[in-house]
Design a protein around this ligand. Structure first.
Ligand SMILES: C[S@@+](CC[C@H](N)C(=O)[O-])C[C@H]1O[C@@H](n2cnc3c(N)ncnc32)[C@H](O)[C@@H]1O
Length: 255
């Protein structure tokens, strides 16, 4: 095949730094027999080193030319599809075990991918992704810091999230305009029973005016919901720990 020209619309930035690629493989630490799924294998920068460690796994690639190239490689099950359309529950059922999902994600759709996978969290063992560092900082943020926001709460109620290491633009060809980072996401074994849609509405209300005290934002929303319980609204949204948002959503759905 002729040399592949990176397709911007598919968010194609190919990893070229071999040390970084090895560090990512070390962070994933795949073992034979596990059900690994790589999203966006591209030219195989991570795929082939992973194939040196385990004999077989699945990849999901939207680009037809790249999928055709990958199909030639023994050990790869190539799913040529938009990852947002992939039924990960069916994939886990076919493999008879939970999935380990990895990938250097296309940044233009990274948040939709994270929320698509949240829908299959019960079928997932863990996730390791390369994302924009700015997104990883928000995912892994602690209460009280500027990065703590809607994305933090909507993911941290369900996953333990850790920023593993940063990756500079020079590690890619073509280089992205931003710093990147590797994130590890491990679903909690015993998640709280929760109406996720309600949590989403509550958190959106809380962070709608993040500089103001919650009584101006969440307080108004809670009154409209007919909430009569206790919640300290003399704080800013970023000061409230995830567990308190979860408890409030649970109290609301039981009211
Ligand atoms: C940032 S590149 C990473 C490529 C390769 N893993 C690497 O590290 O060099 C993102 C990859 O995701 C693929 N991709 C883009 N949108 C996709 C989608 N909706 N579903 C599946 N793959 C997609 C691109 O074609 C590309 O191969």
């Amino acid at each position: 095949m002729a040399q592949h020209i990176a397709r911007k619309r598919f968010g194609q930035h190919f990893l070229t730094d071999v040390h970084i690629i090895e560090s990512i493989c070390d962070a994933i630490d795949p073992q034979a027999g596990e059900a690994l799924v790589e999203i966006g294998p591209g030219l195989g920068a991570m795929t082939f080193p992973l194939l040196n460690r385990i004999p077989a796994f699945s990849v999901v690639e939207l680009d037809r030319d790249l999928a055709a190239k990958l199909r030639k490689r023994e050990g790869l099950e190539v799913i040529e599809s938009d990852v947002l359309k992939v039924d990960f529950a069916a994939l886990a059922a076919a493999k008879g075990q939970k999935l380990r999902v990895v990938g250097n994600l296309p940044y233009n759709i990274s948040t939709p991918i994270l929320f698509h996978l949240l829908g299959f969290v019960d079928q997932v063992e863990d996730q390791h992704f390369m994302l924009q560092k700015e997104v990883v900082d928000r995912m892994a943020a602690s209460p009280g810091c500027k990065d703590y926001g809607r994305l933090t709460v909507m993911l941290q109620w369900r996953y333990a999230i850790e920023s593993v290491f940063d990756v500079p633009p020079e590690a890619f060809d073509p280089p992205p305009r931003v710093m990147s980072a590797i994130v590890r996401m491990q679903p909690y074994a015993k998640p709280p029973a929760l109406d996720v849609k309600l949590l989403g509405e509550l958190v959106a209300a809380a962070f709608s005016q993040r500089r103001k005290l919650l009584r101006h934002s969440l307080g108004v929303w809670l009154t409209a919901q007919g909430f009569s319980g206790q919640f300290d609204l003399q704080r800013r949204a970023e000061e409230v720990p995830v567990a308190e948002y979860v408890a409030l959503a649970q109290a609301l759905s039981q009211a």
